[in-house]
Design a protein around this ligand. Structure first.
Ligand SMILES: Cc1cc2nc3c(=O)[nH]c(=O)nc-3n(C[C@H](O)[C@H](O)[C@H](O)COP(=O)(O)OP(=O)(O)OC[C@H]3O[C@@H](n4cnc5c(N)ncnc54)[C@H](O)[C@@H]3O)c2cc1C
Ligand SMILES: *[C@@H]1O[C@H](CO)[C@@H](O)[C@H](O)[C@H]1NC(C)=O
Ligand SMILES: *[C@@H]1O[C@H](CO)[C@@H](O)[C@H](O)[C@H]1NC(C)=O
Ligand SMILES: *[C@@H]1O[C@H](CO)[C@@H](O)[C@H](O)[C@H]1NC(C)=O
Ligand SMILES: *[C@@H]1O[C@H](CO)[C@@H](O)[C@H](O)[C@H]1NC(C)=O
Ligand SMILES: *[C@@H]1O[C@H](CO)[C@@H](O)[C@H](O)[C@H]1NC(C)=O
Ligand SMILES: *[C@@H]1O[C@H](CO)[C@@H](O)[C@H](O)[C@H]1NC(C)=O
Length: 538
């Protein structure tokens, strides 16, 4: 009978597997042994160790993987997943992966846009070092700071701060399920950036495991390396264990609003006005614009573009109304549109979660929304985009199933920090950032995925004349492999890597390459867009 045959087969497999030494079995076995010998901790780690034979392997693989596009069966899968519970196991994992020549993928929150924390573009065997069990957060209101392990999400950090004080906050991301590990390492912008800068601008110290398995802090790693990890992107310099973050002051009551305009209601003209004022508003005010396709109310079956102005104001409604009357009356904000709330409630609001979602939800460390597949690109804008180009954008959005474009205002504090202060260079002179996004509900078929991605690329090409140039800048945390990739099986020349490196980091790229060459001379910490070594080869 079929069922008993398969039972016997499974039993046979279980008996045979340990002795059958296919390359990958032995790799897993050797890694396990190496960690056993190397780890200085007596804490057992066998429950941290998952191979494709463990029943929970695919659950662990998918757990925090945010982009369904990279979970399709044809994508390369890791040989093993290691989910350490103590820092010393991470040290051992680095030493052993290096010794055994296994490509390491480091995962904190799993939100990498190109899935680089859990997949690989190459056929090289790789493993995932999953930090999700290391998520402790120690907030000190007296010291105005917090130590946060990298497996925690930014939402948990917000929650722990708010639990201890009504007047402290942190200027990080808007999506609350993003991991601290990848977020701070690539910049971290959110609705308080115009007042306080980026999350990375507010990082005070860090603990990192270097390529030799040593734990370094700001003092022992030195200022060059500490500079590089604050915005130079994840996965290039070591495994970040924890960040020390500086808290910032928030008022007991903040004010939020969302106002929408469709094309029929003058969306194009209003967005032109926004482009002129958004980066010049008082620093307490942040108004971003979310653009999507909606059904028109005027006519059944007709679709239109909706622009939603979503705002956070660090103050009360009365004072916001005065600011708006003076600086941006065209939006027509009224008292009824304004909602006063605590800062932690505004975190939920800005994340666009349902209004009845309590702050405690943040402790779950996941998004309120279902996961989907997506491909995205980013741009920085220095001159207002003319109306005829906006029309070109609308036309293209109407052709796509589920497009989303997000316009994020700069200015304020962002103008006051020098371009070379940390690796994130997009500062004075940037009016706003745009994120272009195509999303689809399921994993998609090869054809449908290609269709969405081609659409996005065409829109991006169309925008070339209207956005930053030489280089056309991009946000490192909105990773886009279209900009270029390293050759992981050979060597990548500095010139090739500059193609994408300068887009993310401009002139800071050179310093990042020098730091990388010094702290990881064998290029152990590498992925498709890690900072490459300085080589004289062409
Ligand atoms: C839905 C969504 C919303 C977002 N919203 C915002 C936002 O509001 N603001 C913003 O600035 N960004 C935002 N981002 C982008 C986000 O900042 C980046 O994707 C970030 O890199 C994710 O960090 P992570 O730890 O979740 O991701 P991961 O996928 O775990 O890691 C991202 C990269 O960093 C590396 N890495 C991860 N952990 C470590 C570590 N401990 N040490 C060294 N390297 C590490 C990984 O190998 C990978 O290359 C958003 C992303 C998504 C998907
Ligand atoms: C290593 O293996 C030995 C023998 O199986 C075991 O006693 C020991 O606890 C292991 N060490 C760790 C750190 O797991
Ligand atoms: C996975 O399987 C290995 C080998 O059978 C075992 O040692 C390990 O404990 C398993 N992992 C978990 C998390 O159960
Ligand atoms: C928080 O404090 C506890 C207890 O002192 C400590 O064990 C933990 O490592 C700390 N976490 C961080 C991220 O510093
Ligand atoms: C838009 O209209 C179509 C039919 O014309 C309908 O199927 C769809 O559900 C509507 N979408 C929304 C978001 O209301
Ligand atoms: C920002 O750029 C403008 C225009 O180039 C310049 O006048 C101003 O001084 C700069 N501000 C800072 C803080 O560097
Ligand atoms: C990467 O380098 C290897 C070895 O030099 C070479 O064979 C291969 O073609 C390169 N791959 C790409 C995509 O350039």
């Amino acid at each position: 009978m079929v069922s008993s045959t398969s039972v016997i087969l499974s039993l046979l497999l279980i008996v045979l597997l340990p002795s059958s030494s296919s390359a990958s079995d032995s790799l897993q076995y050797r890694f396990f042994h190496c960690v056993n010998l190397t780890s200085e901790s007596s804490i057992p780690f066998s429950t941290s160790f998952f191979t494709p034979n463990n029943a929970s392997f695919s659950n662990i693989l998918q757990s925090t993987a945010q982009n369904l596009r990279f979970l399709i069966p044809s994508r390369p899968k890791p040989e093993l997943i290691f989910v350490p519970t103590v820092e010393s196991h991470i040290q051992a994992a680095v030493v052993c992966a290096r010794q055994l020549g296994i490509l390491l993928r480091i995962r904190s929150g799993g939100h990498d846009y190109e899935g680089l924390s859990y997949t690989s573009e190459t056929e090289l065997p790789f493993m995932i070092l999953d930090l999700s069990k290391l998520r402790s957060i120690n907030v000190s209101i007296e010291d105005n700071s917090a130590w946060v392990q990298t497996g925690a999400t930014i939402g948990e950090v917000y929650y722990q701060i708010a639990l201890r004080s009504k007047t402290h906050g942190f200027p990080g991301g808007m999506c609350t399920s993003v991991g601290i590990g990848g977020l701070i390492t690539g910049g971290a912008y959110g609705p308080m950036m115009r007042k306080y800068g980026l999350g990375a601008d507010n990082a005070l110290d860090a603990r990192i495991v270097d390529v030799n398995g040593r734990i370094l802090t700001r003092v022992s790693m030195g200022e060059d390396m500490f500079w590089a990890i604050r915005g130079g992107g994840g996965g290039s310099f070591g495994v970040l264990l924890a960040w020390k973050l500086q808290l910032v002051e928030v008022p007991e009551k903040v004010t939020v609003f969302t106002l929408s305009r469709t094309l029929e209601q003058g969306a194009t003209e209003l967005l032109q006005r926004w482009q002129q004022v958004a980066d010049t508003l008082v620093e307490d005010l942040f108004i971003r614009v979310l653009v999507k396709k909606v059904n028109a109310t005027s006519q059944a079956g007709k679709q239109t573009i909706q622009t939603a102005y979503q705002a956070l104001y660090l103050g009360k409604a009365d004072s916001l109304l005065k600011v708006m009357k003076k600086s941006f009356p065209e939006l027509g904000l009224t008292k009824e549109d304004c909602i006063e709330m605590s800062w932690i409630e505004s975190v939920i609001y800005i994340a666009r979660y349902a209004r009845n979602v309590p702050p405690e939800f943040l402790l779950q460390g996941r998004s309120f929304f279902n996961k989907f597949s997506f491909k995205a690109k980013s741009d920085f804008v220095k001159e207002p985009i003319p109306a005829y180009a906006l029309e070109g954008i609308w036309k293209r959005l109407l052709e796509q199933d589920s497009p989303l474009v997000v316009w994020t205002p700069y200015g304020g504090m962002m103008n006051k920090i020098s371009e070379s202060e940390i690796p994130f260079p997009h500062r004075n002179g940037t009016k706003f950032m745009i994120q272009w996004l195509a999303e689809w509900q399921n994993e998609g078929t090869k054809g449908s995925i290609a269709h969405h991605i081609d659409w996005l690329r065409e829109l991006y090409n169309f925008m070339t004349p209207y956005v930053s140039k030489f280089p056309r800048a991009a946000y490192a945390n909105y990773r886009d492999l279209d900009l270029g990739v390293n050759n992981l099986t050979g060597k990548t020349s500095f010139t090739d890597a500059s193609n994408w490196g300068k887009k993310y980091f401009q002139n800071n790229f050179n310093r990042l390459v020098l730091v990388k060459t010094k702290v990881d001379p064998d290029n152990f910490f590498r992925h498709e867009q890690s900072i490459p070594l300085f080589t004289t080869e062409i």
